[in-house]
Design a protein around this ligand. Structure first.
Ligand code: HEM
Length: 144
């Protein structure tokens, strides 16, 4: 077999494997792409730490039961991103009603979540998918 044929074969093989990898990634849930349960837990833990150190956002959480928040947020992120979890917390509107969270503070909360994902080394294309999902909950959270 001459060198050109060999190169062509190698090219076709890499094309086939590349396509398979791409298709299987597309079929995976965002939850799986994040790294599953350990990564969701790591992100939520980092997020709680971020909240503790943010003067503005912590103000909302100062009377919160952190253990319950951790548990429910892990379930919620898992459920929203397509993991096999049941969310057993309260509805978003009910939870955030009366807090009067402004759009600015909502965005600030999202920034803290991005910091949490960065610390957990979630790749940016996957972070964008998670953020697109979280953004959908916006209407159930702000100005209530
Ligand atoms: C991406 C947007 C958000 C999501 C997906 C989200 C989700 C949740 C979840 C799952 C809970 C736990 C519910 C339960 O205990 O049953 C919760 C609680 C809470 N959230 Fe959010 N949240 C978001 C944004 C925010 C923002 C921006 C703030 C404030 C600036 C906020 C303030 C709170 C507070 C204070 C609690 C605890 C309530 C309590 O102590 O009972 N959330 N949130």
């Amino acid at each position: 077999m001459n060198a050109i044929k060999l190169l062509l074969m190698l090219f076709l093989i890499s094309l086939i494997f590349g396509t398979i990898a791409c298709v299987s990634h597309a079929q995976q849930s965002v939850y799986a792409q994040m790294g599953g349960q350990p990564k969701v837990e790591e992100v939520v833990e980092n997020f709680i730490e971020e909240i503790e150190f943010d003067r503005v956002i912590f103000e909302y959480f100062k009377d919160t039961d952190v253990d319950r928040f951790r548990e429910k947020l892990i379930e919620h992120v898992c459920y929203l991103t397509g993991g096999q979890c049941e969310y057993t917390g309260d509805a978003m509107v009910r939870v955030h009603a009366g807090m009067d969270i402004t759009e600015t503070d909502f965005n600030r909360g999202v920034d803290l979540f991005i910091n949490a994902m960065n610390k957990a080394q979630i790749p940016h294309p996957i972070q964008n998918k998670v953020l697109a999902i979280l953004a959908k909950t916006r209407k159930e959270i702000i100005y209530l």
